[in-house]
Design a protein around this ligand. Structure first.
Ligand code: UT7
Length: 324
């Protein structure tokens, strides 16, 4: 018995913010953003549009693609760091909106690695008896973005991606997942306040501590190293070499990071799924959005070997190898 991805879906808010729009907010330029990151534009949620709203749309599309009814779901996992509320879990709001009457529902916090971590949990549950699990990565990063900080505000965007994981006989499905963490590097990317360490207060808001802070340059170096390392570990665990891969779907954070990783791995550029020019970094949503676009564009076919690779706050890094 394997866990197979039987349907994918994604959703992005209607509003598009271009690099030119950002030039009006902070001292930056379209040229700087494109050259340093590869990003041209990103989607931004409307006022009042929350994580669960995006997640429900992506989830519905994935369920339709899989031909699975909401009532047949055993579990819903929402990977996010920008849930609607500190509690309840966003997954419960999604469960209600979808009418998934017999599904367990909870959120998973592993920042940009959230989708791959959640996929790994779904894989374990499906191989031990569940029939259908809905995994969603959904983020409204604009809610934790400091629009006065040019170091971070040019990078992030909003969106959601989803996959239905179903029990399946045969060789197709998730072949392996690999999850890592190093909390010693927890200060590279963090939202300093709003949790139990420093609850919301006027002081917190005054000092803008409810927003994401990132040491971009240090994160960049660790990202390249960890993505390369976990890709090699994943291939070795399956006795495969890089030539066997049909498509690499990485976390969409920075084009220069992905160029460096593909050079180190000897992976041709045409085997990398890239859409960060149109979405920016959507954290846990980035891999499932990219995966859904790859599937719908016909870049993933039955039998294709697909590798997912992620890194993010924590630090965490993760990968999954899938025989489609
Ligand atoms: O999913 C979460 C994982 N996070 C990431 O993957 C982020 C990884 N890091 C990065 O993507 C890059 O480090 C950045 C895109 C954030 C920054 O690129 P960089 O090439 O590492 O630039 P830098 O931080 O070394 O800054 C170079 C210069 C600095 O000016 P000085 O000190 O050389 O005068 C910055 O102040 O660029 C300046 N700068 C900007 N200039 C124009 C920083 N942000 C901007 C900006 N527009 N938006």
């Amino acid at each position: 018995m394997r866990a197979r991805i039987t349907g994918t879906g994604s959703y992005a808010p209607a509003r598009i913010m271009t690099n030119a729009d950002l030039e009006g907010l902070v001292a930056t330029s379209d040229e700087w953003i494109r050259e340093r990151t590869g990003i041209r534009e990103r989607h931004i949620a409307a006022t009042g549009e929350a994580c669960s709203d995006l997640a429900v749309q992506a989830g519905k599309r994935a369920l339709a693609a899989a031909g699975v009814a909401p009532a047949d779901l055993d579990m819903i996992l929402v990977a996010t760091c920008t849930g609607d509320y500190p509690l309840p879990a966003t997954a419960c709001l999604v469960q209600y909106q979808l009418g998934a009457t017999k599904a367990a529902a909870c959120d998973l916090a592993a920042a940009c690695c959230g989708f791959v971590y959640a996929l790994s949990v779904a894989d374990a549950y499906v191989r031990t008896g569940m029939k259908h699990v809905l995994v969603i990565g959904s983020e409204v990063m604009s809610a934790i973005t400091d629009w006065t900080d040019r170091n971070t505000c040019v990078l992030f965007g909003d969106g959601a991606g989803a996959a239905v994981i179903s029990a399946s006989d045969g060789e197709r499905g998730i072949l392996s997942t690999h999850l890592r963490s190093d909390g010693a590097l927890c200060d590279l990317i963090a939202v300093p306040a709003g949790g139990s360490r420093q609850p919301a207060s006027e002081k917190v808001v005054g000092e803008r501590l409810q927003y994401i802070k990132m040491k971009g340059n240090e994160t960049f170096k660790v990202a390249v190293r960890s993505l390369e390392e976990i890709a090699r570990e994943t291939l070795a665990a399956n006795q495969l070499t890089i030539d066997a891969l049909d498509l690499y779907v990485p976390h969409q954070a920075n084009m220069r990071i992905l160029n460096a990783v593909s050079d180190r791995l000897g992976l041709p550029k045409e085997k990398i799924m890239l859409n960060l020019d149109r979405y920016g970094n959507t954290s846990a949503a980035s891999i499932p959005i990219a995966l859904d676009e790859a599937v719908r564009a016909g870049r993933v076919k039955d039998g294709s070997l697909v590798m997912l690779g992620a890194f993010g706050a924590g630090l965490t890094w993760a990968s999954a190898l899938i025989r489609w």
